[in-house]
Design a protein around this ligand. Structure first.
Ligand SMILES: *Cc1c(COP(=O)(O)O)cnc(C)c1O
Length: 346
């Protein structure tokens, strides 16, 4: 049987041969003592490349975002966040449950941004009736969409004007950076063009970058010191974590620019699905393709995912299908996925 084409998420990737070699060769130590040279090297490399003083390695993006929010906000503080942002909707309510931090969710604009007017209207005056608005949290990419740089500059200026800190959930920061850099551009410089507008940034290595585990939070030395305390408290102090950090470091050095290939495959998939009567295909900006099922075709589409599975193609979604490209799929796999969808609707 042909290999599975797994388009459920970019988290499904296997470590590459080069990455496994880097892991096997990594010098290790006890990272709770700060002794793991591979963890330290990763933290220093990312902080430097993104223009921050310090960085901290985490077991997951959820843990990294949580510790960032808890470092910026105290009990009774509030963060402004998108309705569909990971830090609001997809992290189990951790900021509220564990941090006693109140979210102020806002609706998204069609491009994924939060309108500046909405942000400003939801910053509470200094009055004891209200939670203290302390933080603006954005996400980039969001739903695979890249937030414009001028928007980031404006949102950042607005936050600063009101004394808010600015956190970026950059789980897919490098997807946004590679789009911003364009062909032949420097993705690390493009990443800094984004991160310069934030006090802290969380980057996932277990998504498109292809590492098995891990996220890194960047910020000021003081913020990272605070985050280290929270990380220990939530059980995220790991020992010979350099085994994992070496994989992430390998990804940072070797698997950033190649994200452009994932984006090209997403385009290929979207074009292949164009013209299927039942479907409304959104033009992808990075590595995620959303495909709506037209209302009149919802019943007919009910068996699509099982059909795809029977053809060795995995995707997610019900009314809106989601296909995510990554380093373990190639053009032939995308063409097989397209053929399987076409076969179903034929
Ligand atoms: C995946 C993801 C995270 C972190 O998820 P973990 O599974 O906890 O690593 C955070 N934000 C966004 C936008 C994500 O896609």
């Amino acid at each position: 049987m042909a290999a599975l084409i797994d388009l459920r998420s970019d988290t499904v990737t296997q470590p590459t041969a080069g990455m496994r070699d880097a892991m096997a060769a990594a010098p290790l130590g006890d990272d709770v003592f700060g002794d793991d040279p591979s963890v330290n090297a990763l933290q220093e490399a990312l902080a430097e490349r993104l223009g921050f003083e310090a960085a901290l390695f985490f077991a997951s993006g959820t843990q990294s975002n949580l510790c960032a929010l808890m470092s910026h906000c105290q009990r009774g503080d509030e963060y402004i966040v998108g309705q569909f942002a990971h830090t609001y909707r997809w992290e189990g309510g951790g900021a509220a449950v564990l941090g006693s931090i109140q979210p102020q969710p806002l609706n998204h604009q069609p491009d994924g941004s939060l309108s500046l007017a909405d942000i400003e209207a939801n910053i509470k005056p200094d009055d004891f009736h209200f939670a203290r608005t302390r933080l603006l949290t954005l996400e980039n990419t969001i739903r695979g969409q890249v937030l414009p740089l001028d928007y980031l500059a404006q949102a950042s200026a607005l936050a600063l004007k009101h004394g808010l800190k600015r956190h970026l959930d950059g789980a897919r920061l490098f997807n946004a950076a590679v789009v911003g850099a364009g062909v032949g551009g420097d993705p690390y410089a493009a990443a800094r063009a984004i991160t310069q507008h934030f006090d802290s940034v969380s980057v996932c290595f277990s998504k498109g970058l292809g590492a098995p585990v891990g996220s890194v939070l960047c910020g000021s030395a003081a913020l990272i010191q605070q985050a280290r305390r929270w990380r220990k408290m939530v059980g995220g102090g790991m020992r010979q974590a350099g085994l994992l950090a070496a994989a992430a470091h390998y990804a940072l050095d070797h698997q950033v620019a190649r994200l452009a290939e994932d984006h090209a495959l997403a385009q290929r998939l979207a074009s292949g699905l164009q013209g299927i009567e039942a479907l409304a295909v959104e033009a992808p900006q990075s590595n995620i393709v959303f495909v709506g099922v037209k209302p009149e075709a919802v019943e007919r589409a009910a068996g699509l995912l099982p059909h795809l599975k029977s053809r060795g193609v995995l995707a997610t979604g019900i009314y809106q299908l989601r296909f995510v490209t990554h380093l373990d799929v190639d053009a032939a796999g995308i063409d097989r996925a397209v053929a399987a969808v076409r076969e179903y609707f034929a």
